[in-house]
Design a protein around this ligand. Sequence first.
Ligand SMILES: [Zn+2]
Length: 239
Amino acid sequence: MSDASNLLRLQEVDLQLMRLRKTLSAMPQQEKLRAIALAKKKLASQLKQIVGQRKDAETDIADNEADHAKIVGLTAEVRSQVNDRIQGYRQIQDLETQLTALAKRQEKLEYTRLEMEERLERLQKAERNARELGQKLLEEEQAQTESFEQSTSDLQAQVHVLEQERAQLVNALPVEVVKAYDGAVKRFGGLAVESLSSNVPSTCRVKLQPAIFQKLQKGPRITECPYCHRMLVVLEVGA
Ligand SMILES: [Zn+2]
């Protein structure tokens, strides 16, 4: 294989690789995987918020329980003072007033406790739902990844074969030709090399003047297009 045909083949291989990589990233599974990643991120921040609220609700209930136990204890104490009967009428009345106030506080705590338990239950349910959704997202992610790998195994194999061929071509070509090609690929977005089999280069399609055409046919087979400055492979030499 000549340098000229190796260079033309290198461009073909690179264009095929570009198309394959584009196809792979546009696969529907890739789109779904991107959506799943977004949903997971959103869910994680929601779950963090829910767990924080659930822990607060548990602390509120524990505080309520402690207050309730204190009131029950105080009530028992006051009641035993009433039962002592050593107190005078006025003190008894005072103790009764205290008992009424304590009973009201106890009732209020018990009512609040019911509300707190309902809130905790709601938060626990929300947390369960969020964790279930997280599990579903993980399963969906795995399924999409597997489906992507299965349905693209042919394409992936093609990429692998082309990459190997590319390495061989680069290895076989002179270093300065590869360097010039890499630079031209960047400048011309992949279409770096054109060929000349008549007096019209294959990519820019600008008809060459007879004098230039004749000169090109005598010169090196790998040269540069005088118009667009792509690399130019002259296919038919001599006349
Ligand atoms: Zn050209």
